[in-house]
Design a protein around this ligand. Structure first.
Ligand code: PRX
Length: 626
């Protein structure tokens, strides 16, 4: 671990000059069933990336078995329930190992085998993390779907990966609400013929319908023992699929591999958060997102850390829940999203002050740019100016953090993710793909592979090539813009494609438009993001209605409900504006750039609209908004 600026600089130099030597040395700290023959093989043009070639391992041996002799009783997962009156659970490494093995046996007993795709649609309970690890134990590819997603989003993901099995629960708690997960899963399964077994964990004890493929978790687990050898996996075998939005309607299932993913998430966890042995680390993300995969489960457990899992929401029972939980468990590293900070910042600081936050050593931010005001509020009120803030830039595709300061080791700079991690060769490009030097602003690109880069899009390698490697051949193209200061610090300025980050959730506008277009009264629609003080961005839908005779308020409500049902409540547009036309180029392409300016009220920045096919609609939209 780099614990000083000099060590960090040395690591960066070695990683740049001799990446194979650098990563090979780090990988040696793990348990391999068979050593690799070559550290790296890659060609970004194909694209093809392979790390630790022919190395054999099982990631769960590194996350669990390895710690049994040294720290069996240390808490691996600290579970804090949604309801503060329900006791928290301290699951030791020994117990976690035993429960993962038993769950793995339950999966095997129900027909699961290496290479199968298993969908996991569960609330934030320990069994979610246990399911993930149980899949990894037997070499089944897990595909976790965020439990806030709707029927169609769930079935589309299960079908895309032809999942064989679904692990779900009767329901889930979220603040004062109970979500009927099994009901959603049942409806999704109607159109998922590949799934032939559904194991249901009992969390809320609500009534559920029962189908021939359903089995109760608590009954199945009783039938099996807890001795389960770890399946030998090739370093490049897929570990999981995780879906993210793209600029077409179809979600992209990013595939991560076993070896490289393990090495990189473990390395970045330790270095970014400067985790030391007895720390209690808390990442508030949901395991349904990459942050939860890499920095609740794999990265922390590979380091033998204590990782907290929180079932609830920041506002329940009150807006001090995060701070209450930090004080209760004496949390040392706290990692959350800017949207949560902005939401909590709106409430009186007395809600923070009533809790003892003196255990905190490091604060983290992830998922979207953190604005100056939120950064300073976090620094002052939560960190008391004593905790370094790591602003971590990365993506589902990158598997782990690529740009971030190392807490207390490298300099921080408000609103800047700062420096690339050792081994990450970031560059700024102009539109033509020329590298920009020094202090500058441009398109962010990465020049060399790192161990946890996604290897493909499930079932569609060509799309993987097109989306990430074709815009600027020879580079990985993340789709973000950035600026760089004279010291080489990066500040991420936001997406440069049709993806909008709403409350830290990555939402493609295309699937939302597809949902809107399904309404019988919608002819065409376009969705764009506009700045929002809590969510970072919110969505505005411009829709052309077939008839205008209908009550517009009813139509708007129906459209919002339709998006919520098709994708999930997170994708609901804040604003729906009915228009007679959408600004288009003469070739018929919707000018989203203009819609974005209109949605933001930046009328003076519309540019020349006279070349549009229909400049009059711009005037109409402006008039409607005045
Ligand atoms: O636009 C960037 C933004 O989130 C995108 C990735 O989203 P997702 O795959 O859902 O992963 C989120 C969690 C890693 C990026 O392309 N983003 C993520 N972190 C930051 C960020 N933007 C600015 N600063 C960050 N720290």
């Amino acid at each position: 671990m780099s614990t000083s600026l000099t060590e960090f600089k040395d690591a960066s130099t070695i990683a740049q000059k001799k990446p194979e030597e650098f990563w090979g040395k780090i990988a040696q700290q793990f348990q391999w069933k068979k050593p690799w023959t070559k550290v790296l093989d890659y060609d970004f043009l194909k694209p093809e990336v392979k790390w630790f070639l022919e190395g054999k391992l099982n990631i769960t041996e590194n996350c669990l078995d390895r710690h049994l002799s040294t720290q069996p009783d240390k808490t691996a997962i600290l579970f804090e329930p949604n309801n503060p009156d329900e006791p928290s659970q301290h699951i030791s490494y020994k117990e976690l190992h035993q429960r993962v093995c038993q769950t793995a046996n339950m999966l095997i007993a129900n027909g699961a085998k290496k290479g199968d795709r298993i969908c996991i649609y569960m609330p934030m309970v320990p069994e979610l993390a246990i399911s993930v690890l149980a899949c990894a134990r037997i070499g089944a590819i897990h595909s976790v779907v965020f439990a806030g997603f709707s029927v169609k989003a769930l079935s589309a993901r299960m079908n895309d990966a032809s999942c064989n099995m679904l692990l779900t629960s009767d329901g889930g708690y979220r603040g004062a609400k109970t979500i009927a997960l099994k009901e959603i899963a049942d409806e999704a399964l109607l159109s998922c013929p590949s799934v032939n077994c559904c194991i249901v964990f009992q969390r809320t004890n609500q009534n559920v319908a029962w189908n021939p493929i359903d089995k109760w978790w608590h009954e199945e687990i009783e039938k099996v023992g807890s001795d389960c050898p770890a399946t030998e996996m090739d370093s490049e075998d897929p570990l999981f699929v995780l879906y993210t939005s793209g600029s077409t309607g179809k979600p992209k299932g990013l595939v991560h591999s076993c070896g490289g993913y393990m090495v990189y998430t473990a390395y970045t966890f330790k270095n970014v958060f400067q985790y030391t042995d007895n720390d209690v680390y808390w990442c508030t993300a949901d395991i349904g997102w990459i942050t939860g995969h890499s920095y609740i489960i794999y990265g922390p457990l590979a380091n033998g850390a204590t990782s907290m899992m929180f079932e609830g929401v920041p506002s329940y029972p009150d807006y001090d829940r995060f701070w209450e939980v930090c004080a209760k468990h004496k949390v040392n590293q706290f990692y959350t999203a800017p949207t949560a900070i902005r939401a909590l910042q709106k409430h009186p600081t007395s809600l923070v002050e009533k809790h003892d936050l003196s255990s905190l050593k490091v604060l983290g931010s992830v998922g979207e740019p953190i604005n100056d005001e939120a950064w300073h509020w976090y620094d002052k009120n939560i960190g008391k100016h004593k905790c370094p803030i790591v602003d971590t830039w990365w993506q589902t595709e990158t598997g782990g953090i690529l740009i971030s300061s190392l807490a207390g080791v490298t300099p921080q700079k408000p609103t800047y993710a700062t420096l690339p991690m050792p081994g990450i060769q970031a560059a700024l490009l102009d539109n033509e793909g020329n590298e920009l030097e020094g202090e500058n602003e441009g398109i962010l690109a990465i020049k060399q592979p790192w161990p946890s880069i996604a290897r493909t899009i499930y079932g569609d390698h060509e799309r993987y090539r097109q989306v990430y490697f074709s815009a600027y051949p020879g580079y990985y193209y993340p789709g973000d813009g950035a600026l760089r200061d004279a010291e080489g610090n990066y500040r991420i300025t936001g997406r440069i494609d049709d993806v909008v980050i709403v409350s830290g959730h990555n939402l493609g506008t295309a699937p939302i438009e597809n949902a809107l277009n399904e309404h019988p009264n919608v002819v065409e629609s376009a969705v764009v993001g506009f700045p929002h003080d809590v969510k970072g961005n919110a969505l505005q839908a411009f829709v052309i209605a077939r008839t205008t005779a209908d009550d517009i308020v009813i139509l708007k409500n129906e459209l919002r409900a339709l998006v919520s049902k098709t994708i999930g409540p997170i994708a609901k547009p804040d604003r729906v504006q009915v228009v007679s036309g959408l600004p288009k180029t003469r070739s018929g392409k919707i000018m989203r750039r203009i819609l974005r300016k209109l949605a933001a009220g930046e009328y003076d920045q519309l540019g020349d609209v006279s070349t549009l096919l229909n400049p009059e609609v711009v005037e109409e939209i402006k008039r409607q908004n005045n």
